[in-house]
Design a protein around this ligand. Structure first.
Ligand SMILES: Nc1ncnc2c1ncn2[C@@H]1O[C@H](COP(=O)(O)OP(=O)(O)O)[C@@H](O)[C@H]1O
Ligand SMILES: [Mg+2]
Length: 238
């Protein structure tokens, strides 16, 4: 579903992403791990089609993101680490706006808005302005806005920063429903415990280079470390 080949991004002479290749199949959850500044956000922005690569290819569900940007973006949902929502719209207005942009029929929008806002305990705040929402509440509205669109690929940059434990549980349940329907998830995370629990595969990026990639058992064998993902991560990035 996501095929990345020899992806490189340079800022001047600095190489933020260095010859990265990876594959995420339909229904898989891929965890992209690495220390601060490793190149995770830069990679996710290139997959989302909002930053162009210096070289390399990104194919999403058979569509080349650089060559057919609009077609690719219809298949992709991207949730950045800093959730942006329009402060002068209410949660319901924002979700209707996104629904209209993506041509979701209005009855379907209403059902999805009630379903997701109630899942995230926000139904009573549906008609309040987003400017008054906390970081975590904005994140939930954004997650609702992408799930409502039924994308093929969801890109999450640090998805659970700002979410309370119950919302994290809700988030995990919702993405598991998505993957069962064949949606692929690409997720940058610092929370190694969560990556270990929910990801089918992980990739560890360090100084722009993928230093290890595959199911956690494979990483364990490669690193010779039989411990947790945290132990493997610390060993590989030390
Ligand atoms: N627009 C930019 N211009 C110059 N350097 C950048 C830009 N965006 C990111 N970088 C640099 O690229 C590296 C990787 O950044 P980033 O992908 O945000 O890391 P991560 O998300 O893994 O913490 C960092 O050294 C960062 O300073
Ligand atoms: Mg980042």
């Amino acid at each position: 579903m996501i095929e990345i080949k020899n992806l490189t991004k340079k800022f001047g002479s600095y190489c933020a992403v260095d010859n990265l290749s990876l594959l995420v199949k339909s229904g898989e959850i891929f965890g992209f791990l690495g220390p601060n500044g490793a190149g995770k956000t830069t990679t996710i922005k290139m997959i989302a089609g909002i930053m162009s690569p210096t070289s390399g290819n990104i194919i999403v569900d058979g569509v080349d993101v650089s060559k057919s940007a609009i077609e690719a973006k219809k298949k992709i949902a991207y949730i950045p680490d800093e959730p942006f929502v329009y402060p002068n719209l209410t949660a319901r207005e924002f979700l209707r706006f996104i629904g209209d942009i993506y041509d979701i029929p209005s009855k379907e929008q209403d059902e999805a808005i009630s379903f997701y806002l109630s899942r995230f305990d926000l139904l009573d705040k549906a008609d309040q302005l987003l400017g008054s929402f906390s970081h975590g509440m904005k994140q939930k509205v954004l997650i609702a806005s992408v799930l409502m669109r039924k994308p093929k690929v969801i890109l999450f940059d640090e998805p659970t920063v700002g979410l309370d434990p119950r919302s994290v549980k809700n988030f995990k349940d919702l993405i598991s429903t998505q993957t069962k329907a064949g949606v692929s998830i690409f997720m940058c995370t610092h929370i190694l415990e969560m990556a270990e629990k929910i990801c089918d595969k992980v990739g560890i990026i360090y100084n722009g280079k993928m230093i290890s990639c595959g199911p956690i058992d494979k990483l364990r064998k490669e690193s010779g470390n039989n411990g947790s993902l945290e132990d493997i991560f610390l060993e590989l990035t030390s």
